[in-house]
Design a protein around this ligand. Sequence first.
Ligand code: NAD
Length: 287
Amino acid sequence: MTEILYAKPAIDAELEALKSRTAKIKQEHGVIPTLRVILVGNDPGSIIYTNSKKKFCEKIGADCEIIKLDESVEEKVFLSEVDKLNKDMNVHAVLIQLPLPKHLSHIDTTNLVLPSKDVDGFHSENISRLYRNDKSETGLVPCTPKGILTLAKHYNFNFASKNVVIIGRSLIVGKPLSLLLTNLDATVTLAHSKTHNLKDLCLRADIIISACGKPKFLTSDYFRTDQSQIVIDVGINRLPNGTVCGDCDFDSIKDQLSAITPVPKGVGPMTIFSVAQNLLHALENSL
Ligand code: NAD
């Protein structure tokens, strides 16, 4: 029987712990964990994501405000807003919601937020910690890869000595995930749009993690039929009829697999959960 790896049970199992950490910080230090999200423009997806992050932070007792900047905001105004939040002692974490509008898309946002407030875990200093397999646990780990680990822990599967194929080499999912899983003793293959033998790689893998952003791209011929593989579908793709699907053709492949994450209700909520975790982690580091 294929296991469907829903996010909700994994989040529910950790929710009280996050609430308790927030309450403890308030009680012992008189501080409310505070996140500021910079949202430029009116991208519908970005509005949904930022609202979800705000809602979840509030659920654990933290404070989250979305700072909305006009679609046509000047570059210097945008940068000064980030700078202001970096300097504000009462703000413990900052997130720049991507994508930025076209006229700002040349800005490399990677290192704009201070590494100590970098709730997304994108700053070079945080990525360098992953690269070096730094064990101090002071770094902030990118939210989607971190959420995948939380999900795996909840559903009792691990990555050690497993052959893992990651599809997609983006800076927010594929690349940092490849470092994280390598640190966890997985044997990682990082596939991308120029990979020739993707089907063969998938057929040989124990765990396949897809983040290529291609709706229903992974069909039944990419997987064995013996229910021995786990598939984690990171993709969030909107179909012309308005519905959301992952990179996998879920209905046609699920029965072949040992386990699979659904889209929606899989990796997406785990990413939001990681934002809240990173907020607390950033603040705890600074106290
Ligand atoms: P991206 O869009 O920046 O890049 C896509 C990657 O996929 C590239 O590295 C490309 O080489 C690879 N790719 C494209 N076509 C391919 C093919 N035919 N075969 C193999 N590889 C191919 O990546 P992203 O920003 O990581 O987003 C990927 C998907 O994940 C999108 O659907 C996005 O919405 C989703 N996403 C979901 C979450 C979440 O929380 N669930 C978080 C981030 C991104």
